[in-house]
Design a protein around this ligand. Sequence first.
Ligand SMILES: NC(=O)c1ccc[n+]([C@@H]2O[C@H](COP(=O)([O-])OP(=O)(O)OC[C@H]3O[C@@H](n4cnc5c(N)ncnc54)[C@H](O)[C@@H]3O)[C@@H](O)[C@H]2O)c1
Ligand SMILES: O=P(O)(O)OC[C@H](O)CO
Length: 336
Amino acid sequence: MVKTAVYGSGSWGTAIASVLAGAGHHTYLIGRHSDEIELMRRKRENVHYLPGVFLPDNILPTTDLTKLEADAVFICVPSHAVREGARRIKPYLKQDCIIVNTAKGLEEGTHLRLSEVLAEELPLMPLAVLSGPSHAEEVGRNMPTAVVVSASDKQTAERVQDLIMTPMFRVYVNLDLVGVELGGALKNIIALCSGAAEGMNTRDNAKAALMTRGLAEITRLGVALGADPLTFSGLSGLGDLIVTCTSQHSRNLRAGRALGAGKPLDQVLKEVGMVVEGVRTTKSAYELSRKIGISMPITEQAFKVLFEGANPDKAIANLMMRGKKHEYEPLVSFES
Ligand SMILES: NC(=O)c1ccc[n+]([C@@H]2O[C@H](COP(=O)([O-])OP(=O)(O)OC[C@H]3O[C@@H](n4cnc5c(N)ncnc54)[C@H](O)[C@@H]3O)[C@@H](O)[C@H]2O)c1
Ligand SMILES: O=P(O)(O)OC[C@H](O)CO
């Protein structure tokens, strides 16, 4: 029998543990707060992060890091905790254990993709990435979901596919690691902006424009970094963009709505109460796009609103009043 462990017991860690358990694996769900873990064990529910989802007996919530001695470990902490998490878990991992990152973001400062962060910290381990349109609230309730697993080698990706695919959790392989990771990370910026548009009552046309032109700038950055443009019309690109820009469950969308309605960022993050990856990712993507000379106008305006106090109305005006363009310009554009 395959032994699996999930590092991070928030909403996504709990949902991933429920898929693994449903696939028949005894799964340790490893959290850091003993009181939360104790409550989970007693109530068989993650009351704070995923209320209403029953945890079957083969999910074993624990704070004991020795339970990381598994055949596959799924990393389900926020992106800013991935490097520190990798350092923390390293001493407990088996040599041939597969590490599967599920966090969506870029490392602040270095702008590295999270598989690159993990490769630096765990250089000898096989690494994979799981991404795609998948809200914990639906996955935890065994609702139909399709995702993508990626890795730099086919064998690792297919091993993870075998491990976690169930009748309600369909897993495709896509070996374009750069594209899969960037799609999952960057769509959160556009979801924040879509939420802001809703919060400002700009309605549906603006959201459709943000999603479509957002995908265009995500693709532009991705291709410049070596991704296959096709990946961005797949599950980890367009698929995840659609769900995050439209779902009632999206934390990024909810945060954007509140920002658009004029609430300050600190208060918004507190009210959402779970990680809102799009905020940090906006900063990283903006810096990265400047560094390599790729135009990302929506990300730029999001950066100005989030980190420079710009007015959201002015941000919309800035986007609408840009110079005339053709819809399809060369994918790699070095205009500033
Ligand atoms: N929630 C979803 O539907 C969903 C779906 C797919 C991917 N993801 C991604 O999964 C990652 C985690 O998101 P989430 O929704 O579970 O967040 P969450 O806010 O629900 O939970 C985060 C968990 O990580 C823990 N944590 C925070 N900092 C930590 C640290 N330094 N060390 C160890 N643990 C730490 C928290 O205690 C909490 O248990 C994010 O990158 C998110 O984009 C989430
Ligand atoms: O709830 P969000 O906005 O963090 O999005 C979660 C997942 O990335 C959706 O696929």
